[in-house]
Design a protein around this ligand. Sequence first.
Ligand code: ZN
Length: 357
Amino acid sequence: MDAPPESYFPQDYRGARKAFIAACEARGIDVVTRVHPSAKGPDGKPLFLDVCALGPRTAQKALLLICGTHGVEGYFGSGVMTGLLRSGVTAPPDARLVMVHALNPFGFAWNRRVNEDNVDLNRSFVDHADVPSNPGYDELSEAIALRDVSDAGFAQADAVLHAYARAHGRAAWQQAISAGQYNHPDGLFYGGDREPWSLQMLRAVLREDLTRAQRVIAIDFHTGLGESGAGEMIIEAASGTPAYARAHAVWGDLIASASTGESLSAPLIGTIDDGLARFLPGVHVTFAALEVGTVALEPMLRALRLANWQDQFAPGDARAAEISAVMRDAFYTDTPEWKRAVWALGERTVGQALDAL
Ligand SMILES: [Zn+2]
């Protein structure tokens, strides 16, 4: 009998990495490991970005899977990758299947969405010499990245956020907070001021593993938004554009455009959508982020604000372990039911992509 899908999912970053590598080794598939030059895990040990590839290096078409772009969201994508490997996934003839395990290993290991520099990788695919502005975030920055996380502190900050939502609408409120910002390095959804190590490594992976690719389908695995265990394939491109049409041809009505308001996500700045198009010039790229739901938006934002407070304003605070657990729970539902539901979504969307190749 096949192993139950929940057995594919890890308990922490180290376990995730071990299971991914073991699943590759059991199949005789090499893993290429890149060690982070400076960041360490909570255990004081090095952190790694691991990549495996199936199918010929010279293939002209490829499926690219990425997990852990948002660190703590990597439990999901890692489980899917390990499950695919264990259940015998293969690349279609003349195609390559590339899996990038833990694009942001720091965030995965520490239960954070951000990387070692407080950067949200999925807002960092911008020209850092000419970054976009987000006046809504500027206005709300102190209420979002609050310095007083007592009940009274949260109440005061939330009043500011609620007033903004009342004045501008909930969509504008969500966009101001989460679209991405480049002015507040100690805040949330910060896109950084230079290209992060993880993006440099992603470019190297694309160069090495997709040298001849002319057609690439890519899935980036995320968690957070939506009903528990439900999923949507989010793209930034508006409905009616060629990018939307390509994604819709692969994944059908699972596709939801953030910029057209179909998605649970606000329209975002500097996402991997743009990055892949830029990193793979001349390549026909079909992309979507598979987002599966965990908890409601408010508790998720509260977890992110608590984690940000700890990291930026209260390092060494005794609540570190508690906040780490709150973050894990906000982005990873550690139950067999949830894992079975999201495994089914992962398996289905990867299957659709492989069929489309
Ligand atoms: Zn995410």
